[in-house]
Design a protein around this ligand. Structure first.
Ligand code: ACO
Length: 325
């Protein structure tokens, strides 16, 4: 029997605290301006987790919302995969912590680390586990408290990122039952020779510290549009789908200029883009499910729509995925 990994539901959570670009917030502590940040990135504000609020807490809130939208219980889940760069602890995985907080008592749980591309890696991994029949229902979560690894005195990085979590419930369904819905394909890439462009300057084995994000933003920017576009073209070609068939484009929210560059290169329309960057900033692995949920919540993404996802992040890693909602 041939199986498909169908998205049964999705959910999201954003912390309450808003940090804006205005004089009262960022421009008071670093040499920047609302105008610079808006023009270069499209970001107006971002959310920051409260003291004592961990990545697992954000993930649990998003997962509960996703379960509710799927009309499922924790006991229906037998796989928890979390894409995160900001785990609660060095070990165990944040997925293990979330599994316990949700009350999931069966199956497997693990984290995936591919920085901003993490959700594409996690979705692709979950799909493989489901279509081979090993697991039945997966929670695939992108969750980050990136605010904790920012150097808040470094204006070239701290203005870009935010905290949040988004989750999908994926279910293995027989092809006849799925009616063409589900993950159609994905394409994952990494080129570790570009570690220096984007990394955290600390770690368990090297410094025994957590470290802070360091990025040569303009160099990453130059790599972004071509690599992302190639990944999207690859995933569409493999699936025999033309860009004209795509209903919605849900990109990783790193920079509005990168998103628009990809839109132009692939001949998409701006109205097809689900963009959350203005109010959320770059939430790393959480940004794709957060944007997808926003599109579902406001009625843009409907059952049966063809949706194209993409991301690029530290590693460098990049990739794309295609699904029917
Ligand atoms: N406010 C004011 N000025 C600033 C700020 C700021 N917040 N940050 C940098 N500048 C200054 C720089 O110091 C520089 O000044 P100089 O000319 O006097 O040296 C000038 O602005 C231009 O700097 P650039 O880095 O060239 O600016 P750019 O137009 O490239 O924009 C940005 C920077 C927004 C970071 C952009 O390069 C970008 O978005 N890059 C891609 C980021 C990305 O996609 N990352 C991958 C995902 S993240 C992850 O995986 C964790």
């Amino acid at each position: 029997m041939s199986l498909k990994a169908v998205i049964r539901g999705c959910g999201m959570y954003l912390p309450e605290k808003i940090v804006s670009n205005s004089n009262e917030d960022l421009s008071k502590t670093i040499d920047t301006s609302d105008e610079w940040i808006r023009e270069r990135t499209g970001i107006h504000e971002r959310r920051v987790a409260a003291e004592g609020e961990y990545t697992s807490d954000l993930a649990v809130r998003a997962a509960k919302a996703a379960l509710q939208s799927a009309s499922l219980q924790a006991s229906d889940i037998d796989l928890v995969i979390i894409a995160t760069t900001t785990p609660d602890l060095t070990f165990p995985s944040t997925a293990a912590i979330v599994q316990a907080k949700l009350g999931v008592e069966q199956g497997a749980a693990f984290d995936i680390q591919a920085v901003c591309t993490g959700f594409i890696y996690a979705l692709s991994t979950a799909e493989k586990f489901l279509i081979c029949g090993q697991h039945k229902r997966a929670l695939v979560i992108g969750a980050e408290t990136f605010s904790r690894i920012l150097d808040w005195s470094d204006r070239s990085t701290c203005v870009l990122f935010g905290d949040g979590a988004g989750a999908f419930v994926l279910e293995a369904q027989a092809e006849e039952q799925a009616e063409n819905r589900g993950v159609i394909g994905s394409y994952l890439r990494c080129d570790g020779r570009m570690v220096d462009l984007l990394y955290v300057d600390g770690g368990v084995s090297s410094s025994q510290t957590t470290g802070h994000v360091r990025m040569q933003g303009n160099k990453v920017f130059r790599e972004a549009v071509n690599r992302i576009s190639q990944a999207m073209e690859h995933v569409m070609e493999e699936a025999g789908i033309s860009v004209k068939d795509v209903d919605w484009f849900v990109p990783h929210q790193a920079n509005e200029r990168i998103i628009q560059g990809v839109v132009k290169k692939l001949d998409l329309r701006s109205e097809q883009v689900i963009s959350t960057i203005a109010k959320q900033g770059n939430t790393s692995a959480a940004s794709i499910p957060l944007a997808y949920c926003a599109g579902v919540a406001d009625g843009r993404i409907k059952q049966g729509d063809l949706v194209l996802l993409e991301a690029m992040g530290g590693g460098l890693t990049w990739g794309a995925a295609l699904l029917r909602a």
